[in-house]
Ligand binder design. Structure first.
Ligand code: IMP
Ligand code: MG
Length: 192
């Protein structure tokens, strides 16, 4: 049966308020860990040592929401990575559709992704970033499907909003075959 013939229902998973609270909490942890870089006035926003990398397309809402609470001067950049096909399982082949353009040598990187599943995508991308010799790389994810991590994935998230099981989630940047990304809340996609 292909995706068009299957019937799904959307079960509420994370409300807007809950997502906002998680973003705020994660941002506070980041502000604390990088507090030597926190500044108050706009005039101090010079020569940022931190680079925030948003993993597209899924991380688009998460990055813009969490950045509003982060007080560290940072360069913001985007990497468009693809690992999923039209299915609910990662294809295993990672493609960099668009890479960052920032020179990250000697800078502190924080990668923002909305969900980590098998971890293959970020494992691959973190290795790739390491070859550019950043000072450090940390990972921040709204949702961590820790139980789904593949054995060959070498990454762990440093900042986790919530842990999830194997459920397939959509909305707030998360898609199923490019559908549902623009929903402001997160739902579990269940086959009926
Ligand atoms: P991984 O390489 O298996 O960790 O998959 C990473 C990417 O797959 C995430 O950044 C998402 O874009 C996508 N993904 C993983 N789980 C889900 C899900 O439950 N719903 C929608 N997309 C997902
Ligand atoms: Mg993603």
């Amino acid at each position: 049966m292909n995706n068009h013939e299957k019937k799904y229902k959307l079960v509420p998973y994370l409300s807007k308020q809950k997502i906002d609270a998680l973003c705020k909490d994660l941002a506070e942890q980041i502000n604390e860990d990088y507090k030597e870089y926190v500044v108050n006035g706009a005039e101090e926003y010079i020569n940022p040592q931190i680079v925030a990398i948003c993993v597209l397309k899924g991380g688009m809402f998460f990055l813009t929401d969490i950045l509003r609470y982060i007080k560290i001067p940072m360069i913001v950049d985007f990497a468009k990575l693809a690992s999923y096909g039209k299915d609910m399982k990662s294809s295993g082949t990672i493609t960099i559709l668009q890479d960052i353009s920032t020179d990250i040598k000697g800078k502190h990187i924080i990668i923002f992704d909305e969900i980590i599943d098998s971890g293959r995508t970020l494992s691959f991308y973190v290795d790739r970033l390491r070859s550019s010799e950043p000072a450090s790389i940390k990972l921040c994810t709204l949702i961590d499907k820790k139980l789904c991590r593949s054995p060959e994935s070498k990454i762990e998230a440093d900042y986790v909003g919530i842990n999830a099981d194997e459920e397939f989630l959509i909305g707030y940047g998360l898609d199923h075959a490019e559908q549902y990304r623009n929903l402001p809340e997160i739902y579990q996609l269940k086959e009926m």
